[in-house]
Structure formats: C-alpha cells, structure tokens
Design a protein around this ligand. Structure first.
Ligand code: SF4
Length: 255
C-alpha cells in the first residue's frame, strides 16, 4: 500500500493499523545507496525508483566508463545480473548466463571446519558458455576480494580466455555505521591497494569500478547516503564500532 517510513512504527491490532512516528528525532533523511546496488530485491521499488532499473543504469554507466573488447557479458547471481544486462545493452556485447547459483547443495551438509571452497559450492561456471571467450564479469561490489578472486578462477578453470571484471559500485573505502557487516577498514581491499593491484590479486585481466560521481544516477533526484564510497556520513560518526555497541549491550542484558 505504501512504504513504511524511516523511524515509523506500524501497530496492527484488532482495531486496525496505527502509525507512530513520535519516538524518533526528526532528522534529514538519506536513503542507503546500497539498497539499489545490493541489498534490495530487483523486483522492488524504493521511493518510487525501480531497483532493477537502477542496476541497469549502473551497468550502462560502467560500459561507458570502462569499455573493453569482449565476446560476452555475464553477471554474478543474483545482484550482478541486472547491471550485466545494462552493460551488455550499452556495449552491444551479448548477454549470457555464465554462472549458475547452485540450488542443490546447502550449508547444512558442510562441516563447520570444512576445507571446501564456498564459492564452488554456491556457484558453477557454465563451461559451454565461457570456454574460449573473452568475458566481461559484472559483480555488485568487492569487499575483501577473496570471493571475486575465486569467481575469476572458476571462469578460467572453465576455459575463459580473458576475464574483465566490472563492478557496479565504486571502491568500498569506508565502513558503514548503520548496518552493513564490515566495520573495519582493515578488511576493505580498496583501502590498501590500487585498482591495478586489486586486478592482479583477483587474477582479472582488467578491472573497472562505477565512478563515485555516477552514484546519483542510480536514484535520480533522491537524497542518498553514499558514505561507504566518499566518507561523507550523514550523521556524526559514533566513536565506538557496532561490535563494541553489540558487546556492551550483550553484557547489559546478561546483568
Ligand atoms: S554508509 Fe554505505 S551501507 Fe551504510 S547507509 Fe551509507 S551508503 Fe548505506
């Protein structure tokens, strides 16, 4: 019927639905740009902006910013697929399904201390599609770089001749204090390495990121938070990390 507003509580009872917005301070609202890049489902619309179309736009911008000679464009399922389609349309390079998400093996079957490659468990390369091809590989972000490296290896093992990685977000440089799971810059590969260094570390022939100035294109006219990429947080930064706050809260509960 409508979006639940930030800071709004909806109370459902036998008397109907009541909205309460009185328990939060009024602040300038900013929408997390990562909703469009990664978090949200592609069939959703946030503040009237289609997530699928936002990702398509990111793919088109990437194709203009980082063109490359290639035979096919593929996306990493699920959140890289829409941007891959956008890249393919803009670059006029055929879109293909080169990676399949493995629906049939669950984590339940894997021992906690296993040595199996988690990426191989979750994804398979379609050999008939990628063998002998120059592949443009689209993913939504690179955080630590380990997953990207394994996906590139998966494609090379399946016979890809070249792998050009394109990322539908800018380099991830600053931690999020509002909800994502990375709370230390130590874990962010882009904080410690240049783009050519990251390309070589993940084994890609070339690497290109969405330019930070194009983030606004994802949700035109919306006021967005893009602090993970430009470090401009919309609120003052808490001195402690989320982990500190979680542990403090846990000890309060235990008392
Ligand atoms: S810091 Fe990044 S992940 Fe966190 S709200 Fe802002 S854009 Fe979203």
């Amino acid at each position: 019927m409508r979006d639940v507003e930030p800071g709004e509580m909806l109370i459902f009872s036998k008397d109907g639905v009541k909205s309460n917005k009185n328990h939060c301070q009024k602040q300038e609202q900013k929408l997390c740009v990562f909703e469009y890049i990664y978090f949200a489902r592609p069939d959703s619309s946030i503040e009237g902006v289609s997530v699928h179309e936002a990702r398509m736009r990111a793919g088109k911008v990437l194709a203009k910013a980082h063109p490359v000679e290639a035979d096919i464009v593929i996306g990493v399922p699920d959140s890289g697929l829409d941007a891959a389609l956008g890249y393919s349309q803009e670059a006029q390079i055929p879109y293909e399904i080169g990676l399949i998400k493995n629906k049939y093996v669950g984590r339940t079957f894997i021992a906690p201390n296993n040595r199996l490659d988690q990426v191989k468990i979750k994804l398979s390369a379609v050999e008939d599609v990628v063998k002998g091809k120059r592949v443009v590989l689209i993913d939504d972000s690179i955080v630590r770089g380990t997953t990207s490296g394994r996906i590139v290896r998966l494609l090379r093992d399946a016979g890809a001749k070249e792998v050009h990685m394109r990322v539908s977000a800018p380099p991830f440089l600053f931690p999020c204090y509002y909800g994502t799971d990375i709370d230390s810059q130590e874990n962010l590969i882009a904080c410690h390495h240049s783009i050519p260094e990251i390309a070589s570390m993940i084994g890609a022939d070339s690497l290109g990121f969405l330019p930070v100035e194009n983030l606004e294109d994802l949700a035109p006219g919306k006021s967005i938070c893009k602090a993970c990429f430009d470090g401009k947080y919309p609120t003052s930064i808490p001195k402690d990390t989320r982990k500190d706050r979680f542990e403090r809260r846990l000890s309060e509960i235990k008392k």
